[in-house]
Design a protein around this ligand. Sequence first.
Ligand SMILES: *Cc1c(COP(=O)(O)O)cnc(C)c1O
Length: 360
Amino acid sequence: MARVFNFSAGPSMLPETVLRKAQEEMLDYQGTGMSVMEMSHRSSAFSKIIEEAELLLRDIMGIPDNFKVLFLQGGASTQFAMIPLNLFQKHKKADFIITGSWSKKAAAEARRYGDVNIVASSEDRNFSYIPKLSGNPFSRDADYVHITTNNTIYGTRFPGLPQTGDVPLVADMSSNILSEVYDVSRFGLIYAGAQKNIGPAGLTIVILHKDLIGNALDMTPTMLNYKTHADKDSLFNTPPCYCVYTAKLTFTWIKEQGGVAAIEKRNREKAGMLYDVLDNSKLYAGTAEQPSRSLMNVTFTLPTEELTAKCLQEAGKEGLVTLKGHRSVGGMRASIYNAMPVEGVQKLAQFLKRFESENS
Ligand SMILES: *Cc1c(COP(=O)(O)O)cnc(C)c1O
């Protein structure tokens, strides 16, 4: 069996130890004689799994007790609607910082239920940077401020968090949750689809302050009301059981690696190796501006489509796959989430240097 280094933006690589553990427990989960896939979500074995998953996540992220953790379905995209439906509690108004197509989509969905104020946007230069804010640009009467901490497509990341005062900060962390240390108490709500840094697609994690639960708009469907899920500890209906189990294995792995701080250190080293190649190259051009560079998605272009195609093809032959850039940026993108081993990034860096020397 030959595993490749898969630089996919999502779904993406999982730690090999997680996959092996899942394989080992596939047919008989801890003496139950069944797979977690075949198990009632009301069983004592699964209750333990979901409880442990939450405890581990609270532990590795340092989630305060006044925050609720929800294991939901529907992807980050469902949160684009669920957040305004639940958080438009006073003025039905939200401030958005637009840093890519995901924040644009989130803003468009919120606009269906109230007012959306665009505080800043980096669309003028194809989202190649995170806009700097001056003074206090936020609306005093906003119900929340929305940001996308890491912009998967454009390879940018907020270098710091905006100061929003008493207004809850809401963050789409789909592509960088658990990749670096965040102070959860700075946020009102954090959400993330699992398929980039946590587990298989199908699980969405929402971490929210308890004060934000219980005042949804009247029209909110039962399944889109945070209170529905909070009251039942994510067991109102069948949760994505197997994904929760896999997430639990990933959280365990993160803890074994030394926690999020240790993972962040490694992520900085990994990203540094690739940015080093780009900064010393005449062939590759990084698309994100320096202070806004992502630790998770490294985006760059080559001078021609032909060279890009050749580079992708030769990389593939070396087991370095899924490096094609998103169509809205072009070029190449190396997604180097937590599970991408240092070795994979080293191999890519060496390959890129060699490809440059052979093609210039
Ligand atoms: C992938 C991604 C999404 C979309 O997630 P789905 O789970 O497919 O809805 C949203 N936001 C960001 C930042 C992403 O990276």
